[in-house]
Design a protein. Structure first.
Lengths: 108, 111
């Protein structure tokens, strides 16, 4: 059965810290991996990754995919309290599967 | 552009009642999706559609039905509501296998 596993499930850091969120997957017919940020409402899109080894970057956030080892990481540097959210990983295979998310709390 | 809109925002149903959650998008996306999100969990795909007249089951389709008669609309029907269907429901749309744009969600309680 297709599955997407995120770790850790929750994380508490202080402002300025760097965090790494993990997403591993086992899906049939992998096509792409996506990262979303969810605050109190609907998820908002961060990155889509389709190729191994190519880093996607947006400000303090970056992500990379390893299709051989079947995982992706999301890095956030110099964290701010506004980064507090649930970060969701999703994988397109035969359909769309989401992981359970990592709840990140950034303390001042 | 309004993006993806959902109605209602909140609803309380009694066990055994039925209802339709409405979803409309104005981005001319072919792909549309329905998800449910239980507290502290990720999103689970209920149904999706790759175009008008085409629908497919996702991971958790039991107890739900969908139709896609137009590109814009993708309603989700709950028949014989059960407490296990208490959840937040999100509709989303996208270009083929691309980033998804989500609606604001419908919070449904079945008692």
């Amino acid at each position: 059965e297709d599955k997407v596993v995120q770790s850790p499930l929750s994380l508490v850091v202080h402002e300025g810290d760097t965090v790494t969120l993990n997403c591993s997957y086992e899906v049939t017919n992998f096509r792409s991996l996506l990262w979303y940020k969810q605050e109190k409402k609907a998820p908002t899109f961060l990155f889509m990754l389709t190729s191994s080894g190519i880093e996607k970057k947006s400000g303090r956030l970056s992500s990379i995919l390893d299709k051989k080892e079947l995982f992706s990481i999301l890095n956030i540097t110099a964290t701010q309290t506004g980064d507090s959210a649930v970060y969701l990983c999703a994988v397109w295979g035969n359909d769309m599967r989401f992981g359970a998310g990592t709840r990140l709390t950034v303390k001042p | 552009n309004a993006g993806v809109t959902q109605t209602p925002k909140f609803r309380i149903l009694k066990i055994g009642q039925s209802m339709t959650l409405q979803c409309t998008q104005d981005m001319n996306h072919n792909y549309m999706y329905w998800y449910r999100q239980d507290p502290g969990m990720g999103l689970k795909l209920i149904y999706y559609s790759v175009g008008a007249g085409i629908t497919d089951k996702g991971e958790v389709p039991n107890g739900y039905n969908v139709s896609r008669s137009t590109t814009e609309d993708f309603p989700l029907r709950l028949e014989l509501a059960a407490p296990s269907q208490t959840s937040v429901y999100f509709c989303a749309s996208s270009r083929p296998r691309n980033e998804q744009y989500f609606g604001p969600g419908t919070r449904l309680t079945v008692t």
